[in-house]
Design a protein around this ligand. Sequence first.
Ligand code: FES
Ligand SMILES: [Fe+2]
Length: 455
Amino acid sequence: MLSTEENQLLTQVGPGTPMGELFRRFWLPAMLSEELPGPDCTPVRLRLLGEDLVAFKDTQGRTAIVDGFCPHRSAPLFFGRNEESGLRCVYHGWKFDVTGACVDMPNCVEGENFRSKVRLTAYPTFDGGGLIWVYMGPPAQRPPHPGYEFLDKPATHRYAFKYLLECNYAQSLENEFDTGHSAFLHSRLEGAQGARLDNRWVAAGMRQNRVVDYSKMQIVDTEFGSALIRRWDQQTENGNEVYSIGTPFWMPCFSAAGALTAPGTFPLNIKVPVDDQHTAFFRYKWSDEPLTEQMLWEMKHGGYEFPAVIPGTFTPKENKSNDYLIDRNRQRFYNYTGISNTPVQDFAVTENQRGPVTDRTRETLVSSDKYLIHVRRRLLAAARLLMQGKEPAEPWHPDAYRQRMRRIQVPPGTAPEEAARRLLDPESSAESGNGMWAGMLAGAPAPLAGSSSQG
Ligand code: FES
Ligand SMILES: [Fe+2]
């Protein structure tokens, strides 16, 4: 539970708000690269952190993300003419380049001299991993590019899509670290179609995982955010104990909690605030190997890992306006929710927690909510520190963001703190790799987080 004031601190992301300023210290994905297909492309309307923006590529192919309104009389630059290395406002013809400089002011006698005094807000961008990234903070605090491994992967090794969600980012983000919900929300009924009615609340194959017991797990803070360390029940043949690190929270809004991912691919779920009531959810899969044609087809058209959208939009076909096409017959006999698609099951709950900005004064949290409480506390603490003038350290540790989820063996009796230290040391010997990660997340040989978040 949070106080009203804390809830506002967590959820408000506009310019000048503490959380909004914290997010503005990080490079964030703004859009899919394919949304700006090439030089002089059609300008794209964009809203991020409560700011209305316009994105375009100029004649040289340079990407611009700029204020959505002209500094002359606030006409919408979305209607602008993207021509000859700049975007021209259609109201009176002022023209701006990708840096925001006014390069033409053709409607007044003082234009030639006065235009150098006029600037359009323009944010730095870079293109990486099939995403266009933006930095919306103070120029002096601009950090290096993040160190995610997927930024180095060629296009053949990755797939990304975007969904617009009708809720505050924190609702969607907390769902990533709501480690126990898969055993209910994403479960099928025992025996699927043939389930008996008295079994209808039983999650097939997941009963043993319904209880999330944090006494067997340790939440650790890292240079990139937080992670979950777990001691596995089984030992190795030589009697060593096995520890793993997983379910990473990369500050401020990145997660790899999703279990629903093709073999050999790494999942990544990114929840970028559009404004207080909307979120851009970038769903990302990448691999050390090229994705196979079959994998790509499944991702693009299968409607399983990536829910289908209304053509020409980023809105899922199963959405809030149609109650996510819940099928009560399916719910009675087949799965827990009656909603067919796993990510959509998440959307259905997170978009409707008493509304788009949930009232956290009305929650009743229990021990199984420990990780999501940790994540929100970490965000709140960082926002408060920033208000006091202490800049966040995470954006300045891009290499920490490279760390893979891993597993180590330690001699029996090793203190959990020592196991955690070794897991966080990328130099220590450990198993790692996407096979292991995907295996753990898929629940084989043992789920990483007791009942890991899926979606
Ligand atoms: S409002 Fe854009 S040129 Fe006048
Ligand atoms: Fe989920």
